[in-house]
Design a protein around this ligand. Sequence first.
Ligand SMILES: [Zn+2]
Length: 349
Amino acid sequence: MNQWQVDLATMQSDAIEHEVIHQSFAAELSERDRGELHVHMNGAIPVSTIQDILADELTELPSGFLIERDLVRYTPCQSLASYLTPWQVLRLFPKKRENLDRLSLAVVASLAENNVRFVELRSSVLYLATLQSCSPTEALERLIESSRTASDRFGMRLGLILTVTRGDYSSVALSALLQAYQDLGEPDDVVGLDLAGDEEIAYPVELPSLYRKAKDRFGLGITIHAGETGRVENVRTAVELFCADRIGHGTAASKDPYLLDLLARQDICIEVCPISNRLTGAVPADEAHPLLEFRRHQVPFVICSDNPAIHQRGLADDDATAMTEGLSANDIYQQFEVAKQYSFIEGLE
Ligand SMILES: [Zn+2]
């Protein structure tokens, strides 16, 4: 062998070794236990289940809507509105009780494929009540029953987060949800409250105090979608007025070092959704993801998937994406414990 051949052989064996390490690392990473703290139930339903339910309920698609094109999002969208196109269909079902059971099972099954051991699942109970022509109390009861059945089947701990949408009626919606929760005897299945929707829309002035009351009276965790569309002040409001325990996305917070220090001081955890953040444009293509900035300021954060079925990915892919954004393998290994620490579900082991 001449020197060139020796070098080539060494390079090949290094490449093979590297590939073996990479494969074993990827396998080890994918097999690790996970906790999921930010996932929307209707963004986690496999496409095939959606198609089955639409067919069963004879639901017509909006004109021009193509399942293959409009129900999934793989590449960065031009706008948040474009990212949200799938919800034109996702808000049309399930009209039947049994289809709620069917989709709950499918959602939990796909989380289980990603080794998710506990999940906080977000859902809009008032939408469900409208779709199923029942009261909010009945809708919440159905949601609890069907998610319990699904999580028992897969041996997963599951807590529900009730989502309220920003807008004029948000305080009416929150009051209706809390009444349903009380009517059912404050079930342990419900672990938190969320505020979601368009961050540009104002909310009624009394809304933050309603969240605070729910937190004090029922011990529910508070998580607020804030700072996803660049509004730093929404993150500050979430902390100071809503008394949020966690912030959904919070990417804009990285622009304000004082706010980052406040989040660190108050031990408020940011739910970082790496794949979603790139697809929605919350983090533009030419900018680094702020998660390293969060780490530098010792702001706790947890990796989450947001809408995995829409992305055609899972939480394991979000972990891998977080590594391409700068996290180390060690950071990822710690994620299960971080998720446990900041989860609203009690008694996690
Ligand atoms: Zn979200």
